[in-house]
Design a binder for this molecule. Structure first.
Ligand code: XMP
Length: 519
């Protein structure tokens, strides 16, 4: 839990796929909120968080099942406004004396329309043009509201779509106000937080000031080291820490030889020329490429890179006297403990490599100034700190770099070809003003050579795949629908300008079932 001085809203998570969206919508309203899994929410834990209001999320379970999740009954006596959404509504009803039933053909999935029954403060702005579209996703339904509750809205299959006990400031709704398919959902949440007394004090400039004071208090006179990758998160973390403690910060940029064209120069140039941050440029490309020589298994490659990264970082960190802290660009989605109903560990799809393995090994204390922020808030903070727009808007780039865009064995020749093709592709995307519409775009060089014909001669060169996706958080993604003109112009440019490639394909796999990177 954070020790922020802002008024807090507590979201108790029952495992809905869209719980994070509740937090997103609230942050957009400048309300500070935290998500906690229901399993950890004892009454003591709730008191410690001291929320000004509570939201109970949706979830996949059925309240009619014995042993399904509940919250401590005392939470309802705590005296703050409570909003229950979907499973949260049904749980409130059951815990407060109402009834919920399964089946009877009253499930609703997707779009539904709610009609108004009575006027209600948190419905201010609703029903101006008739029924309101909402998004539903429920199998069970409330069959009897708890004593004290009244109905304020109904849908064809949810006679208790909107219910409230105004005397206790309890609100319970069957639909999901947090999703885009409930167009007036943001207004609904805005009304709820206003009623709960939030003043919208969660701003980036307030956050910046607060964090700078915290970093100073945490670090004192000691030194901090920070692994800088050139990505938005580590760059913003470094800038913020630098603003707080100046020369007590040293950044280490590890060049593993798997960077994109001009990447090292751009990152080093930006930080050393514009910001006067102490920066060690560790060019260790030879070491990484030697260790990767002959390896083609994706997990082996990732593990080699992860381990070497730690070794190299450690080697340079050892040269910084008095370093007691390690800075990391950990974000809020990495911190949220997700609700696992199976209780088992999830399958490893890929071993993600970042500097997460470092602290245990190095015995350093962590400074994580972004751990309360979502990605777009980090971008706002970067803007606030004066990072150039071009830098803030950069597409994500994975820690293992081009290694995972070069399926099969990695050679310097393939990496050179890949860098050139990638540069042409990104140039095309920028020229067509598509860069900001796309979440991530890159080229992968394929481990096959194919036959072609150029000028009257035969060619036998590599094939490559272009990848471009739209996404919100990288967890799911869709391929970007380029026009045929764009694709053919880009393919022509790559084949003409990049020696070594004679065939270009476009990857149209979404995630799932694919992943964004090729390995
Ligand atoms: P996948 O390929 O898993 O990628 O769909 C999702 C997002 O994560 C990035 N990615 C990584 N980032 N270290 C990172 O810092 C990694 O090991 C890593 N692997 C994938 C990927 O580029 C995409 O943005």
């Amino acid at each position: 839990m954070s020790d922020t001085s802002h008024a807090r809203l507590l979201i108790i998570d029952f495992g809905s796929q869209v719980t994070q969206l509740i937090a997103r919508r609230l942050r957009e309203l400048k309300v500070y909120c935290e998500i906690h899994p229901f399993q950890t929410m004892t009454m003591d834990a709730v008191r410690k968080i001291a929320p000004k209001a509570i939201i109970l999320s949706g979830g996949p379970d059925s309240v009619t099942r014995d042993g399904s999740p509940r919250i401590p009954q005392e939470v309802f006596e705590y005296g703050v406004p409570i909003l229950g959404i979907c499973y949260g509504q049904q749980m409130m009803m059951v815990q407060l004396g109402g009834k919920v039933e399964s089946g009877h053909g009253t499930a609703e999935f997707g779009r539904a329309f709610v009609s108004s029954r009575n006027k209600l403060g948190i419905l201010d702005g609703w029903f101006a043009a008739g029924d309101e579209q909402v998004w539903m996703s429920h199998g069970d339904h409330v069959s009897e509201v708890a004593p004290g509750f009244q109905v304020y809205g109904t849908s064809p299959n949810a006679p208790f779509a909107i219910t409230a006990d105004i005397s206790r400031d309890f609100y319970a709704v069957q639909f999901h106000p947090e999703v885009h398919h409930t167009p007036s959902g943001a207004k609904f949440l805005a009304n709820f937080v206003q009623l709960a007394g939030f003043t919208g004090d969660w701003t980036m400039s307030a956050y910046r000031e607060e964090m700078i004071a915290k970093i100073r208090a945490q670090v004192g006179e000691k030194r901090v080291i920070c692994g800088l990758s050139g990505g938005v998160d580590s760059s913003v973390a470094a800038m913020l820490i630098h603003e707080a403690i100046g020369e007590q910060l040293t950044c280490v940029f590890v060049d593993h030889g798997l960077l994109r064209e001009n990447e090292a120069e751009e990152v080093i140039g930006m930080f050393s020329e514009n910001y006067n941050i102490q920066l060690i440029h560790a060019d260790e490309s030879k070491l990484f490429l030697e260790e990767l020589d002959g390896q083609s298994d994706p997990e082996t490659k990732r593990k080699i890179i992860g381990k070497l990264f730690i070794d190299v970082f450690q080697k340079h960190a050892d040269t910084i006297e008095g370093a007691e802290f390690l800075a990391q660009g950990t974000l809020y989605p990495d911190v949220i403990e997700s609700v696992s109903f199976s209780g088992g560990p999830s399958v490893t799809i890929k071993s993600h490599h970042n500097v997460g393995g470092l602290p245990e090994k190095m015995g350093l204390k962590l400074v994580e100034p972004l751990r309360e922020l979502f990605k777009d808030e980090v971008r706002q903070l970067g803007h606030e700190l004066g990072l150039p727009k071009s830098f803030i808007g950069r597409h994500p780039f994975p820690g293992p770099g081009l290694a995972i865009r070069c399926p099969g064995k990695i050679t310097t020749n393939k990496l050179d070809i890949l860098r050139k093709a990638d540069a042409v592709y990104i140039d095309q995307i920028r020229k067509h003003n598509l860069y900001d519409e796309i979440w991530q775009a890159f080229v992968a060089i394929l481990p096959v050579r194919t036959v072609g014909v150029m000028g009257d001669g035969r060619t036998y060169d590599y094939a490559c795949a272009l990848r471009a996706v739209t996404s919100v958080d990288g967890m799911t993604a869709d391929y970007y629908p380029f026009s045929h003109e764009f694709l053919s112009e880009t393919a022509t440019r790559i084949i003409n300008e990049v020696k070594g490639i004679n065939r270009v394909t476009y990857d149209i796999t979404s995630k799932p079932p694919g992943t964004i990177e090729w390995e």
